[in-house]
Design a protein around this ligand. Structure first.
Ligand SMILES: Nc1ncnc2c1ncn2[C@@H]1O[C@H](COP(=O)(O)OP(=O)(O)OP(=O)(O)O)[C@@H](O)[C@H]1O
Length: 268
């Protein structure tokens, strides 16, 4: 169990901050991929991570639910506080963290099981004792998929379209009622209509969840997020944070000229 994470906050956070990163750096073996990242993720808001390829967006995202623990050679320094407590503390169970901070990947990755069993999966692992039918319906409704699948819950998830599969993966992630959902380019493998459906869904989900999204698509960041972090790479290919601000400010009146150059397409 993660002790006390619902208790009173300790240092450096207030009730509005769910995740707080402090001087976070990440190495893959000898290669430093990210340095000194400081940012606060606000509750029930959408935070976008943007920046050129290789600047460490996915690496940073994975730090927020300890997915980098699973990457050979990955080492993180600095601190991340989740609800005020050290996410990397000795008493923290990474598996529990990953159910409280869920993840949706770039390519929809449903299991080769029925639609129903995909959503039930996390509930079973968590030893859920409630009514499965109700929990599954609620998750599919929240993921804006219920009406399309309610008559075929026992058919294979692999028969769904790409956009439906991604919404199913979102339903699977939210079934265990995480506090945070991390999304790594969740719409990049989808067509424009499915992409808009995912964006609409993200705006709906933030009523209940805190969302962090990595996206290459700046219009998408502007459409769905409240805060935006802009990262770049230095001459050693190490990623760093240039600017973190309200999305509206980043896209209309950025403080840093590098942000301005990036969002106006002067480099990519
Ligand atoms: N498992 C790994 N082992 C070694 N290096 C890695 C690993 N994963 C990522 N990197 C390197 O770390 C740096 C940051 O990668 P990351 O995928 O986090 O960037 P990104 O901004 O998400 O990139 P993209 O936008 O292209 O997906 C890159 O130089 C990448 O090559």
């Amino acid at each position: 169990m993660v002790h006390n994470v619902n208790g009173s906050n300790t240092d450096n956070t207030n009730g509005n901050i769910v995740l707080h990163s402090e001087d976070v750096s990440v190495n893959y073996g000898d290669f430093r991929a990210l340095r000194d990242i400081n940012m606060d993720i606000k509750r029930r808001e959408v935070t976008a991570l943007i920046g050129p390829s290789g600047c460490g967006k996915s690496t940073m995202l994975r730090c927020f639910n300890r997915m980098n623990d699973l990457v050979p050679g990955a080492e993180i320094s600095g601190r991340i506080l989740f609800e005020g407590y050290d996410l990397y503390g000795a008493d923290v169970d990474p598996t529990e963290i990953r159910s409280r901070i869920g993840m949706v990947f770039q390519r929809p990755n449903p299991f080769p099981k029925s639609i129903y069993d995909n959503v039930a999966f996390g509930l079973k692992i968590n030893g859920y004792q409630g009514n499965y039918d109700e929990a599954i319906e609620q998750s599919l409704r929240q993921a804006a998929l219920w009406d399309e699948v309610k008559d075929r819950l026992n058919t294979s998830a692999l028969d769904l379209s790409g956009g439906q599969q991604q919404r199913l993966c979102i339903a699977r992630a939210i079934a265990v009622e995480p506090e945070v959902v991390l999304m790594d380019e969740p719409a990049s493998a989808l067509d424009p209509i499915a992409t808009l459906a995912i964006e609409e869904l993200i705006r709906e989900l933030k009523v209940n969840y805190t969302i962090i999204i990595v996206t290459h698509n700046m219009q998408q960041a502007a459409r769905v997020s409240d805060d935006t972090a802009f990262l770049m790479v230095d001459e050693d290919r190490c990623g760093y944070l240039v600017e973190f601000a309200l999305t509206q400010q980043i896209f209309t009146n950025p403080t840093d000229e590098r942000t301005e150059a990036y969002i106006t397409g002067r480099f990519s």
